[in-house]
Design a protein around this ligand. Sequence first.
Ligand SMILES: [Zn+2]
Ligand SMILES: [Zn+2]
Length: 417
Amino acid sequence: MELMNMGSEAGAGPLSGGRGCTVGGEEITSLVDRNLCDWMRSIRRALHRYPELAGREERTAALIAGELARLGIDCRTGLGGGTGIRAELGNPGPCIALRADMDALPIRELTGLDFASTREGIMHACGHDGHVAMLLGAAALLGRTGLPGRVVLLFQPAEEAGNGAARMIRDRVLDGVDMIFSGHIDTHHPVGFLVVDDGLICSYTDPFTIHIHGRGGHAARPHEAVDSVVVAANLVMNMQTLVSRQIDPSHAAVVTVGRIEAGTVHNAIAENAVLEGTVRSAHQDTRESILSGLRRVIHGASDMCNAEITLEFFDGLPAVINDPDATAIARRAAVAVVGPDQVISQGQPSLGGEDFAFYQQRVPGCMIRFGGQVTGGRKAGPAHSSRFDFSEDVLGYGAAWLATVARLALQRLAAAS
Ligand SMILES: [Zn+2]
Ligand SMILES: [Zn+2]
């Protein structure tokens, strides 16, 4: 059995050493052949060339539905706000779901890849093109084996907007589902490594907007005005002390202001300013401390500067908390695919957010990470950057893990019922 290396960066396929994934007498990994990998790569590249923003994944959805039809798998389209897809395969019995996200980001691609985005200002900079290819790959693998239950495939829009999962759930995609799994490409780790952790793996996210209302005036006469730019600068610096001075240093947290807007011209004092940012925290008590601290900082700045300041929180994401039973199955599947030495821990929770958390509030679930570092001397930027890329060799591992975890979970659930 051999998992084919797909890219020119050979040597990134530790699974090809011969470890198999014996699941119910079948070796799913052995089914990951060059044809499957080439097919997944072509899907990934087609999606990469034509990225679509959250909630507008029309062509992406059409491509997925077309490939599912070719695989003989029925699906429901038009879900989760219009572009989500729920497909189902297998036999009566317990039911597990596998989820892939589909959307791209408003980022201008600068990778220089020959399959780079053809859409100005839009880019698959988080690997969701790979996730779709992997889930289709898993569907193809599962279709070739007998299943002791049903597998639901969820192609979810708008992960980056944070509302795709909730919309899919509203459209009842989890009806009858006993357990759910997903994975995310992670270029911090080499291909062939799978990152599996119990408990909290992705943080709470709390996006916020701050409106500062000062009083405009002449640049030369600040005493007649209330300078919103100075208030904003004050706020940004004071917010940084929340994490550094008010939170237990062993608890991960971040306050980032990602956008500031104020003023119109160099010689006038800005009347208004807007700050947009996000709070990330890995513990519920840390989260509450930061949110209340933010209110105090704003109160203080308002008093000190005589400005009117309002703080608005938007619906963020709950933390991704991996269920112990689902994680045990996820780990077994990972060991089956890459061997015990290449199943690793991320060490500490990521401060990234993931709307997979919404599914986990309904059914036990586990999300893992697929090592996807580019090799061969090629350089790539981090996720959410213009130069992001991953090694396409990860596609085979992702598909193998998804198919394996589905089978193992169904076997486990069928045995328990
Ligand atoms: Zn992302
Ligand atoms: Zn992502």
